[in-house]
Design a protein around this ligand. Sequence first.
Ligand SMILES: C[S@@+](CC[C@H](N)C(=O)[O-])C[C@H]1O[C@@H](n2cnc3c(N)ncnc32)[C@H](O)[C@@H]1O
Length: 223
Amino acid sequence: MKIEILQTADGSNTLYLPELDETYHSRHGSRQEALHVFIQNGLQYYLEKHPEATEINLLEVGFGTGLNAFLTFQEMGKRPGTSLHYLGFETHPVPQEIWQQLNYATSASEKEAYCHLMEVPFGEKTRVASFFQLEKIQDPIQYLVLENQIDLVYFDAFGPRAQAEMWDKTIFEKLFKALKVGGVLVTYCAMGQFKRDLKSIGFHVEAIPGPPGKREMTRASKA
Ligand SMILES: C[S@@+](CC[C@H](N)C(=O)[O-])C[C@H]1O[C@@H](n2cnc3c(N)ncnc32)[C@H](O)[C@@H]1O
């Protein structure tokens, strides 16, 4: 599939798939969106709610460019005493010649960290730092069979228009099962039917302000 690199409004890159007419992030700012939806309203929220947590199990649906993993790695580096296991599902890994051109790292040491995360092979648990272990799985999320193991889910699939099957209720039933009690799922999507599906599964659902260019996003907790 053809992939193009675009620049979003905050200066950070995203990828564009002409065949689906879909970008990997918001055109209003990929970095800004990832920080708002996944880091501030996901990771930071979870850590504030669970100050006792020393080991976090995080699952991402759609590892893609690794932007969320990279920002999570940076955030965890500021939190001594807490370590994180990052489990990323991805069916179509971004080719190296593409991710190498992305501008997410802004210094030589960030570039080294980003490359390290992207070079971790699929199917192996790799300790990237004392506080960060990465495991990438090249399987569709539909194959997930975990129970009561995950603290936080980043749900970052393509939108319902481009990939409707990713928003099927059965996927969120599996994610609900995979989450521990007190676990949290965050996503940029705020569609009404999606939120009703989450509620019917048993999630406590919050519509919270979205990143620039988007009125709302969704946070769902397993109470
Ligand atoms: C919105 S993009 C990725 C965003 C990514 N988090 C990033 O920051 O680059 C969605 C990703 O989901 C992946 N994907 C598509 N179908 C999938 C599936 N069934 N299971 C897991 N990932 C899937 C796509 O290949 C794509 O990389």
